[in-house]
Design a binder for this molecule. Structure first.
Ligand SMILES: C[S@@+](CC[C@H](N)C(=O)[O-])C[C@H]1O[C@@H](n2cnc3c(N)ncnc32)[C@H](O)[C@@H]1O
Length: 413
């Protein structure tokens, strides 16, 4: 689950609850909301469209069409409308009405809410009618049931012909499409970080395997790149967790990449089963707790500290629906051979955090170095630069009182 999206969904759930609760007692507002028109319907539509959705999938037919045409599917979620058109002309259609002529125009893929907005609004009304005091988490659960899918225009046409335009259950809609694959933890490493990493470590890409390569940006066609959901033809479609030594060419010595954080343990264990050395971009919070005795070297990111005076290892990524999201993380060199353990601390007062001997790797996870961080031979800095585009203004507050400052995120158009 993408945390930033989850926090935004929480804020939206509160707004939805408020809107639905008011409309529940006003039959004309209720009618407007359910048909998506009028001022009440407009408010609801504005809340839900466009909204970041954490569950994103692609149908197998859509994926194959993208691979065939050299189109990177996640660009649909990351580039702005005008940039997508510049790069791919009309390959992605936002107007499925043009189905008959789509192929002449080069339109092949469209986006689809697998659970239509109308259906989730109906579910919210039902919830409100049955239990006017239902907790906001119930509204959030309804929002989280929705997925956003990339499908082919043919699949979209099938849905329309079956009378499922803007309606139908997930099961009914899925049945009419080729099997869908979910985007799992797709956080894209900035190219600059990858280049600096290889320049510092001097690893030979030809001897590396990237097990979660996506568009293959870490190795760029050298060595071996695989992914369960590959975005380019030269990345092999494979589940890393099922890989065996026999699947890997004998010259591969090292596993490198930005692993899916939700599968961190499984990925590291599998990598150490296959090779002696791996370098993973990981969540600092987890890696030092789960593999404290296998970490040889720590590469920390610096440059996004803002007005914080401590060493904080955070990097920015492109994430579907939320362009540029900063995350606590670092790159670690993990070895099969046991290493000297690291000192992990939490609950530190500010003066200790900022003494130059500590690195913040999570909100409350600190590594203590016995010499100043910059003199520690087991720690290297990778400088990163902030490129967050400030859009200004919008704020959402969730029920814990946390302000979700949308200035930090750039939405797709
Ligand atoms: C954090 S992204 C990294 C993408 C890219 N390597 C980068 O650094 O920009 C994680 C990738 O892991 C892939 N993935 C998730 N589960 C996988 C599995 N079991 N086997 C292989 N790849 C997997 C996802 O499809 C996603 O592309």
């Amino acid at each position: 689950m993408n945390n930033n999206i989850d926090r935004i969904t929480k804020g939206l759930a509160e707004a939805c609850k408020e809107c639905i609760t008011v409309a529940c007692n006003d039959s004309s507002a209720q009618k407007e909301i359910l048909r998506g028109g009028g001022s009440s319907g407009g408010i609801m539509t504005r809340l839900l469209m466009p909204r970041p959705i954490s569950k994103i999938r692609i149908s197998t037919d859509a994926l194959n069409t993208c691979l065939e045409h050299g189109v990177v599917a996640f660009d649909y979620f990351i580039l702005r409308g005008s940039d997508i058109r510049k790069k791919y002309q009309n390959f992605f259609s936002s107007n499925a009405k043009m189905i008959e002529t789509c192929h002449q125009m080069g339109q092949y893929i469209t986006g689809d809410h697998n659970e239509p907005n109308k259906v989730i609004i109906e579910k919210m009304f039902k919830l409100c009618q049955q239990n006017p005091n239902a907790d906001v988490s119930k509204y959030r659960d309804i929002l989280n049931e929705q997925s956003y899918d990339l499908i082919t225009l043919e699949e979209n046409k099938r849905l329309d012909e079956a009378g499922l335009k803007g309606s139908g259950t997930k099961e009914e809609r899925d049945k009419l499409c080729s099997p869908k694959i979910e985007f799992v933890d797709l956080w894209l490493t900035p190219h600059d970080v990858i280049n600096k990493f290889f320049a510092i470590t001097k690893l030979n890409k030809a001897e590396c395997l990237d097990p979660c390569a996506s568009d293959g940006r870490w190795l760029n066609g050298e060595g071996m790149s695989i992914d369960i959901l590959p975005m380019k033809k030269n990345v092999i479609q494979k589940d890393f967790l099922t890989l065996t030594k026999a699947d890997i060419p004998s010259n591969i010595k090292t596993i490198v990449g930005n692993l899916p954080f939700s599968l961190l343990d499984e990925f590291v264990n599998k990598a150490l089963e296959l090779v002696d050395d791996c370098y993973f971009l990981v969540s600092g919070d987890t890696i030092f707790k789960h593999f404290p005795n296998n970490i040889e070297h720590l590469y920390i990111f610096s440059g996004l500290e803002g007005n914080q005076k401590d060493n904080r290892s955070r990097c920015e990524f492109d994430v579907p629906f939320l362009i540029k999201s900063a995350l606590w993380c670092c790159i670690v060199h993990i070895t099969k051979q046991k290493q000297q353990p690291w000192v992990v601390e939490s609950n530190l007062p500010n003066d200790v955090k900022r003494d130059g001997y500590h690195i913040a790797l999570g909100k409350n996870t600190f590594i203590k170095s016995d010499v100043p961080v910059d003199n520690n031979p087991r720690i290297t800095r990778i400088p990163v630069t902030s490129s967050i585009k400030w859009k200004g203004g919008k704020k959402i507050v969730d029920s814990d009182g946390n302000v979700i400052d949308l200035k930090n995120f750039t939405y797709m158009d």
